[in-house]
Design a protein around this ligand. Structure first.
Ligand SMILES: Cc1cc2nc3c(=O)[nH]c(=O)nc-3n(C[C@H](O)[C@H](O)[C@H](O)COP(=O)(O)O)c2cc1C
Length: 388
């Protein structure tokens, strides 16, 4: 299976280590960052969603109209719009981008953050709503006949869209979350299941949960798995580790100085989402795992989202990513702390190694498969000859 690389689409330059110097939506920066991805071997970028952040859908339209090949993963929270409306927005974006859109449906991991935009459901209720919502969006993308809907969260009659996606039968559905409710809904509905980078054994455990949920939902396929990291690379191991320590010092300094406001939840509050709870528990249990995983960056941010680092030379980090590929991960997601420069470096020095090694693995498994079927054919001929 070819591997895919997912980077980040940001509309401003601030990160956990550096204060923002641009406006919240900076046209030039948005384009420069995306272009750095497109020109350096990345497949796709993620537009995240936050209650006060610039709306990622028009930002995605802007990029799609300026860039030729970069694909887009658009984060979307069901609470902010009606599913038929959202389906048309996505179909229009798929038209603008000529089939480069995947939608990442976000249920919301923090009550406080959800309430900022009027959503007072509990997390489990939100997951049930997300499931109903995705079902409606899929139907609106594909149904040429008007349809009615009556569910727990939405009710409408006689809807049919007049705009359909380029991708047939429909754009991809991506999903994230690490709670039981998340596995159940994502396992049933998602084409791509996104996880935050954890040690290999913990990632394997989550992949199994997603597969179990897909089987329980009666699917014959399983979602493709995506895992996200914060790579910290340098020409030598020693330099990479120095950079890693500088990175975590900068995060801690900004946090202690009150500069790093965790937008998702109130200051000092423990995370409500299982994904962040897992990251903190893993960081508590150890700093280093496997070949290159380093947890202090996750601990310093309070386990906020994609926050575990992979530290080392490009070769070490590439080999660490290949360990996840070998575990069954199809999409490798990465974001640095200096977004443009790190997207370029990762694209130049890490992506080519991973792609080359994946191509070798794929060629070896294709050769093994061909040898197996040749042997089966020989066995069949021998059996026929023996019976004759
Ligand atoms: C790859 C990935 C990207 C995500 N992007 C966002 C985002 O942009 N905005 C957001 O509020 N939540 C985002 N999330 C959070 C989840 O969609 C989900 O709401 C949360 O993890 C649910 O909590 P749970 O782990 O308890 O199930 C993302 C999660 C993943 C795995």
């Amino acid at each position: 299976m070819p591997v895919e690389f997912l980077g980040i689409a940001a509309t401003a330059d601030g990160t956990e280590t550096t204060a923002r110097t641009t406006a919240a939506f900076d046209r030039d920066y948005t384009l420069r960052l995306a272009r750095a991805h497109e020109e350096h071997g990345w497949d796709r970028v993620l537009f995240a969603y936050g209650s006060g952040a610039p709306d990622p859908a028009p930002a995605a339209a802007f990029l799609a109209s300026r860039l030729d090949t970069l694909q887009i993963l658009l984060a979307h929270r069901p609470n902010v719009s009606y599913p038929t409306f959202a389906a048309k927005t996505f179909a229009t974006l798929d038209r603008i981008s000529e089939g480069r859109l995947t939608v990442h449906f976000i249920t919301g991991g923090s009550d406080h953050e959800q309430q900022r935009e009027g959503d007072f459901l509990t997390k489990d209720e939100r997951y049930a709503r997300t499931r109903e919502y995705i079902g409606i969006v899929k139907k609106a993308w594909t149904s040429r006949e008007p349809f009615d809907h009556e569910g727990a969260h939405y009710r409408f009659n006689d809807f049919v869209a007049d705009v359909f996606p380029v991708q047939q039968p429909r754009p991809g559905v991506s999903f994230g979350g690490s709670s039981a409710a998340a596995y159940a809904v994502g396992g049933a509905e998602a084409d791509v299941y996104g996880l935050w980078g954890e040690p290999l054994a913990r990632t394997a455990e989550q992949i199994e949960r997603v597969k179990e949920a897909a089987r329980a939902a009666g699917r014959s396929d399983v979602p493709r798995i995506q895992v996200a990291f914060r790579p910290i690379i340098a020409p030598t191991e020693e330099l990479a580790w120095e950079k890693a320590h500088r990175t975590v010092d900068a995060i801690r300094a900004r946090r202690e100085g009150g500069e790093l406001i965790r937008r998702g939840r109130p200051a000092g509050a423990a995370p409500e989402n299982a994904g962040s709870q897992r990251l903190l528990e893993i960081a508590e249990a150890g700093e280093r795992y496997d070949r290159a995983l380093w947890t202090p960056t996750a601990a310093a941010t309070g386990g906020s989202g994609n926050s575990n680092a992979l530290v080392g030379t490009p070769e070490t980090v590439a080999q660490a990513l290949l360990d996840y590929y070998d575990l069954g991960v199809d999409i490798l997601s990465a974001r640095g702390y200096h977004l443009v420069d790190d997207a370029i470096d990762f694209g130049r020095y890490v992506i080519p190694i991973v792609r080359e090694e994946v191509a070798k693995r794929d060629a070896a498994s294709a050769a093994a498969e061909a040898a197996r079927s040749e042997q089966a054919e020989r066995d069949r001929h021998q059996l026929i000859a023996a019976q004759a």
